[in-house]
Design a protein around this ligand. Structure first.
Ligand code: BES
Ligand code: MN
Ligand code: ZN
Length: 486
């Protein structure tokens, strides 16, 4: 799907015109007179201004098809609303044969912001989860090929950003949606290679032998119960040249989490095919960064493996040495995410990352604490956590800060080793964060996003169908831009 900017005067050619209508029932001023009359009539007849209500005028007249999307109260208009309006409009075309659409974007919140959000929303509406239906018509998206953004100013750059980010979020969703038998660590690595080639990113995949030589035995302890070989994917983007990385992104890549010997109950276990959402997010974010070309150096690390209870699996009580040199007693093999992440975090720092942001479907406890609408945000120092929150929320992710203090760090000490990977249910998400913190070196700025409550939705949301949601991709891309040299 291609996006382009058009002036109001040139908006007439599209098969469909999508128009937001706020509670003031004023059609956009730049709308041509004939369409304006249609919008105003629809608004009067049917109260089209209620939120995300969609009314379609399919006239035999020369005005063509007009889709009016209820935009709610004008006073509440923000970027998220712009995303949802565009998404609702595009979704209404699923069952039509429209090939081109023109979207009027209300620019009162700043045209660039509104346009970027609308393009993201349009992309979100073009994602479907039914990838494995055998009948093509049941997995096919609408034939929409070009979307024109109707705007007054220069919005080319905003379109470019919305396009890169929207595609990246959909990519993360697609990868997370794949069943575990079709998204093994080896397949994730293959996909990453293909994406890196297309995007011009540098890629390296560390196999088991290489990881052994680096001392990543915490990560490898998770892989030993599976027949699928571990694959630690490393992507590098050097937009400013020179040494080091201004940002390291580490994504949990458990392509299936059975719990290992500490096996999970059957109910809902299939969702654990998406326990690699963190890995998918950092890979997807890198494709957007490569497309946007900020002057910044970014490294992404995605340690991928299955967590299965095979004959070689880790047993509760086993002890391993992580890449940092710290020893870990594995009390619960289902607390595997932190085991793979610490070695990813250490690797990123050894490569020269001065800021590290990790993304993980890490704990059920974060969903108990925050429900399904906010990801938990942890880290240090506070100034960095604040910045990640501000940048991430501005980009459209919902993040909520969680505490992390020395009391929690004390509680994850093992009786026989440095750390235990499981220290009781209370404050489970915080103790998991404290475990990761043990791999963060002095001077590194670090943030941890626990997306175990937000990675999946059991119901359709305004701009996305139920299924994988792709949280945190937008935060990561926005952070890379934040640290770019201007
Ligand atoms: N991948 C799970 C966390 C999870 C749960 C993600 C539900 C998404 C939805 C993680 O590996 C896990 O099993 N965590 C345990 C930790 C416990 C054993 C300390 C948990 O949350 O129960
Ligand atoms: Mn687990
Ligand atoms: Zn897990």
């Amino acid at each position: 799907m291609k996006f382009r900017a058009v002036r109001p005067a040139d908006a007439a050619q599209a098969d469909v015109t999508i128009v937001p209508l706020f509670d003031d029932r004023q059609a956009p001023k730049s709308l041509a007179r004939g369409k304006r009359a249609i919008v105003e009539r629809l608004a009067g007849e049917r109260g089209a201004a209620s939120l995300y209500n969609v009314f379609t005028h399919v006239g035999g007249d020369k005005e063509g098809r007009v889709v009016v999307v209820g935009a709610g109260k004008r006073a509440e208009y923000d970027a998220e609303r712009a995303r949802n309006i565009a998404s609702a409009g595009i979704k209404s075309l699923w069952k039509t044969d429209a090939k081109t659409a023109a979207i009027y974007v209300d620019g009162t919140i700043g045209e660039a912001r509104a346009v970027q959000a609308a393009v993201e929303g349009a992309h979100f509406a073009m994602w479907r989860p039914e990838a494995h239906r055998s009948k093509p018509e049941e997995r096919r998206l609408p034939p929409l090929s070009t979307v024109s953004i109707v705007a007054e100013g220069n919005v080319r750059d905003a379109i470019r950003r919305g396009d890169a980010v929207g595609q990246a979020v959909n990519l993360a969703r697609r990868m997370a949606n794949e069943p575990a038998n079709k998204m093994t660590p080896t397949i994730v690595a293959q996909e990453a290679r293909a994406l890196a080639k297309e995007a011009g990113l540098d890629i390296e995949v560390l196999d088991r032998k290489k990881c052994e030589s680096l001392g990543m035995f915490s990560y490898l302890s998770v892989a030993q119960g599976s027949h699928e070989p571990p694959q630690c994917i490393v992507l590098r983007y050097r937009g400013r040249g020179g040494k080091g990385f201004d940002l390291g992104m580490v994504g949990k890549g458990i392509t299936f989490d059975s719990g290992g010997i500490s096996i999970k109950p059957a109910e809902g276990m299939h969702h654990m095919k998406a326990d690699m959402t963190g890995a998918a997010s950092v890979i997807a974010a890198m494709t957007a960064i490569a497309a946007l070309k900020p002057k910044v150096n970014v490294i992404a690390v995605a340690p991928c493996t299955e967590n299965l209870p095979g004959g070689g699996a880790t047993k509760p009580g086993d002890v391993f040495t992580s890449m940092s040199g710290k020893t870990v007693e594995v009390i619960n093999t289902d607390a595997e995410g932190r085991l793979v992440l610490v070695d990813g975090i250490t690797y990123a720092q050894r490569e020269g990352a001065t800021r590290v942001v990790d993304v993980a479907t890490l704990t059920g406890a974060i969903a108990v604490a925050l429900g399904n609408h906010f990801s938990g945000l942890f880290g240090k120092p506070d100034s960095f956590v604040d910045e990640v929150r501000r940048v991430g929320v501005e980009a459209g992710d919902r993040l909520w800060p969680m505490p992390l203090t020395d009391e929690y760090r004390d509680e994850i000490k093992s009786d026989i080793a440095d750390l235990t990977n499981s220290a009781g249910r209370e404050g489970g998400a915080i103790k998991a964060a404290a475990f990761l913190d043990a791999a963060v070196e002095d001077g590194t700025e670090w943030a941890h996003l626990d997306i175990a409550g937000t990675f999946w939705s059991d119901r359709d949301r305004s701009h996305s169908p139920k299924g994988p949601q792709g949280p945190s991709v937008r935060t990561l891309v926005a952070l890379a831009e934040r640290y770019a040299r201007t």
